[in-house]
Design a protein around this ligand. Structure first.
Ligand code: ASP
Ligand code: MG
Length: 423
């Protein structure tokens, strides 16, 4: 029998009504003759609320306990969804990530899946039950403690389970009708992308498109699992994320697939770094040892008079304090003058596999950004992406300008945001 893995995001299970609606959808799939394994996120903004609560009892909650707390959100949803399904007369069993065999590294708050051994799920499916698995969590191979997979991690749970169960498809349900050419909250005329390659989706997810967790897309590509990203509030088809986009008849692939933006980064400038061999290495080693991910980097040409230079880079805002602390520790060793921290910035990215073969994309992008009176602070590129750092207040204007420059606007507004607070 064909097996489908479905994942429902927080807004799809936000309250009792939503949970009953999702149960109907799951049962419909079962009635259509499929085996169904469901992965759920925490209800609505539960994860954020739990994190707020933790902060109220301790400014620095221990990472182990924080994971115990936040993973409880998904466990509430899994039990409620199972109850709602049973109420419709179908057998349902819920499982924590650990029970479902999701084995991870031990890094609390951002653990990576090492292996999935879904014996209990297979057994339950074999007995005809619908399985509901708590997303976003697993159990550490070494410490046996409960871990969480990083914000948005339920998507990754779904794909990892789909791979381990050799599922025929993996459906990711949220509150929008798929992946759009830009965030419809900023660009109301954004269009749904019917099909997108793993490669482009990876760049989008890495550049701030929140609809899919980055690691989920990496996993899907590694195991060749087609993803169908769609809304649980409508029956419309969504976006297929696939190995290679098929050229349909009379439809040329667009050069650009979309414009992403990201408000989660901050910029750090290390001022007055002596222009000597090994200084950059010391700086980035200090950040690596503190487990801080760096995104864009710019090093200025050093001033002839001082032989000193400035190095700027971006880090996730959430790690801003740690990054500054890690750098202060090596200030004497490196001999830099000072640090500047700016979290009023954002990143705007243009993504499209067609960039490889069409000249002039970069010029058009910068023309459009300039036309929106936006100043560019940093630039980085990959083969299929151009990103710029701009002031926070100019993100929206820059996104709109780039979106219309590449003629991505739909004639009619098609994006509907059904639920969620966008938090
Ligand atoms: N509930 C978790 C979060 O809000 C995981 C998820 O939704 O995928 O980040
Ligand atoms: Mg969530």
């Amino acid at each position: 029998m064909a097996l489908i893995v479905q994942k429902y995001g927080g807004s799809s299970v936000a309250d009792a009504e939503a949970i009953k609606r999702v149960a109907q959808r799951i049962v419909a799939q079962k009635k259509a003759g499929y085996d169904v394994v469901v992965v759920v996120s925490a209800m609505g903004d539960t994860t954020d609320e739990l994190l707020d609560l933790a902060e109220q009892v301790s400014p620095m909650p221990p990472a182990r306990e924080l994971d115990m707390l936040v993973t409880a959100g998904e466990r509430m949803s899994m039990a409620l969804v199972a109850m709602a399904i049973e109420n419709l007369g179908f057998e349902a069993r819920s499982f924590t990530g650990s029970q479902a065999g999701v084995i991870t590294t031990s890094l609390h708050g951002n653990a990576k899946i090492i292996d999935v051994t879904p014996g209990r799920i297979q057994e339950a499916v074999g007995e005809g039950a619908i399985c509901i698995v708590a997303g976003f969590q697993g159990v550490s191979q070494d410490t046996k403690d409960i871990t969480s997979l990083g914000r948005g991690g339920s998507d990754t749970t779904a794909v990892a389970l789909a791979a381990a169960l050799e599922a025929d498809a993996c459906e990711i349900y949220s509150d929008v009708d798929g992946v759009f050419t830009a965030d419809p909250r900023i660009v109301p005329s954004a269009q749904r992308i019917p099909q997108i390659s793993y490669e482009e989706m990876l760049e989008m997810a890495a550049s701030g498109t929140k609809i899919l967790h980055l690691r989920c897309v990496e996993y899907a590509r590694q195991y060749n699992i087609p993803l169908h990203v769609r809304s649980s509030f409508s029956q419309k088809p969504g976006t297929w994320v696939v190995p290679e986009v098929e050229e349909s008849e009379g439809m040329e692939q667009p050069i650009i697939s979309g414009v992403s933006h990201d408000r989660s980064e901050a910029k750090i400038t290390v001022v007055g770094v002596p222009d000597k061999v090994g200084e950059a290495a010391t700086i980035f080693r200090a950040l690596a040892d503190a487990e801080i991910n760096i995104d864009m980097i710019v090093q200025n040409v050093s001033a002839v008079s001082t032989s000193r230079t400035d190095i700027s880079f971006t880090v996730p805002k959430d790690f801003g304090k740690e990054a500054v602390a890690a750098l202060k520790k090596v200030q004497d060793k490196v001999g830099f003058e000072s640090l500047r921290y700016d979290d009023k910035i954002g990143k705007v990215s243009l993504i499209g596999a067609g960039m490889r073969s069409y000249p002039g994309v970069t010029a058009r992008f910068f023309d459009a950004i300039a036309g929106s009176s936006t100043n560019v602070e940093m630039i980085s590129t990959s083969e299929i992406r151009i990103s710029v750092i701009v002031e926070e207040d100019q993100i929206d204007a820059a996104v709109r300008a780039a979106h219309s420059e590449f003629q991505l606007d739909a004639d009619q507004v098609e994006a509907v945001v059904y639920g969620g607070t966008g938090r």
